[in-house]
Unconditional design. Structure first.
Length: 394
């Protein structure tokens, strides 16, 4: 049974896998080997809807089905609308391609000077080191690439990528992603991080990973030592819903933090999953308790077959407005749209600034009260910062 309180989600034992020895359950390789990857496996534990069955059959054409036993335990098996279930069990909606959707919505391929490397921003590169994930999010930006269901045949060229980084002294920031870099062996990660750390102009090494969420067993003391050895290694997690904030994830985050790994979180705004101010506030509060700083809320990228997840941008702005001023600033992420075609991340904010003149800025606070901030020195200082008359409140 799964229990949820105002802090974390926790299991009674190992959930559906009570019969498995604890040593196996805590072994991340066992979790990977025993992922649920077929309709038959899913139907042992829950009744699939017709839409889910169709989606599972289509998955081999778009993005593979795979769910770790650990993460499957978080699914409400009686509720087709469960926010965890909707993230990992395919639906027939994935078969519908809507206007504006693209296979490579962020234009990564056209900004790729060598296989597996994306150089879109002046001082940083994205280093795609694998096409595999512990489980597959149905809204995945790189669904064309990960799991190879679409015959993309991605093969990272580590040496080519490393030589490119070595040859480009403007690159000071390297983000490892994929697929999920934490599925690489300790030996491979140790080698790769060591090679990057040896490049003098590389100042900042980051890893983007959902493995701590899908597979917290992977965050072993040995892995933490590798990060400590090559640190500081920054890590961006991907947690979308409060139910994902389990005790197991908390332990994994603490292990990373104590090894000197700063943690941030990047959520994707998803319809029926986290497009609600109360849900998002519960999530960001749990993140802070786990030593994770809410970093980004992404408007979902324009992936093919993703329209059923898309949220109106105005709803995202509303959520940010509901957080700002109503909780600590540390808990308020930046809402962004990653511009289609490779334009980069663009911040999307509520309209706090009402007017800017040569003399002053007029703006409203989280309560929609108006204030003025003078830009020029004035003999009459009494008006600086005054709240404007009540009839001017919005």
């Amino acid at each position: 049974m799964v229990y949820i309180d105002d802090r974390f989600t926790w299991f009674e034992g190992q959930g559906l896998w009570q019969h498995i020895p604890e040593s196996d359950w805590q072994d991340w390789s066992w979790q990977l080997k025993n992922r649920l990857t077929t309709i038959e496996q899913l139907e042992r534990y829950l009744t699939l809807t017709p839409e889910e069955k169709a989606g599972c059959l289509f998955a081999k054409e778009k993005l593979a089905l795979a769910i770790t036993p650990y993460f499957f335990n978080l699914i409400d098996r009686t509720d087709p609308h469960c926010p965890i279930r909707k993230q990992v069990i395919p639906r027939s909606d994935e078969m519908v391609v809507s206007s504006g959707e693209m296979l490579d919505s962020l234009g990564e391929d056209e900004h790729s000077p060598v296989p597996g490397l994306v150089h879109r921003y002046p001082d940083r590169v994205l280093f795609l080191v694998t096409d595999r994930c512990a489980a597959y999010c149905r809204y995945c930006t790189r669904s064309r690439l990960v799991s190879n269901a679409q015959d993309y045949n991605f093969h990272p060229e580590y040496e080519q990528a490393l030589r490119y980084i070595e040859a480009h002294s403007e690159v000071r920031d390297v983000l490892l992603s994929g697929g999920d870099p934490l599925l690489l062996s300790d030996k491979k990660l140790d080698h790769l991080l060591g090679r990057l750390r040896a490049i003098k102009h590389v100042e900042f090494i980051r890893i983007g990973s959902r493995v701590p969420v899908f597979l917290p067993q992977r965050i072993t003391p040995e892995l933490a030592e590798i990060f400590k050895k090559h640190g500081p290694i920054w890590m961006s997690l991907h947690i979308n819903h409060p139910k994902e904030a389990t005790q197991e994830l908390k332990v994994a985050c603490e292990r990373l933090s104590f090894a000197g790994v700063p943690l941030g979180n990047q959520s994707v705004l998803l319809k029926g999953i986290n497009d609600d101010a109360e849900v998002m506030q519960a999530l960001v509060h749990r993140l802070l308790r786990m030593r994770v700083r809410p970093y980004y809320i992404y408007q979902m990228d324009l992936i093919t077959g993703g329209a059923h997840f898309k949220v109106d941008v105005r709803k995202g702005i509303e959520i940010i407005r509901a957080l700002r001023g109503h909780t600590t600033g540390y808990a308020v992420p930046q809402y962004v749209i990653d511009a289609p075609g490779g334009g980069g991340k663009v911040p999307i904010n509520p309209d706090y600034v009402q007017a800017i003149t040569d003399d002053e800025v007029i703006f409203k606070n989280f309560e929609s009260k108006l204030f003025r901030y003078p830009l020029k020195a004035s003999p009459n200082k009494a008006h600086a910062g005054l709240v404007l008359p009540a009839e001017m409140h919005l």
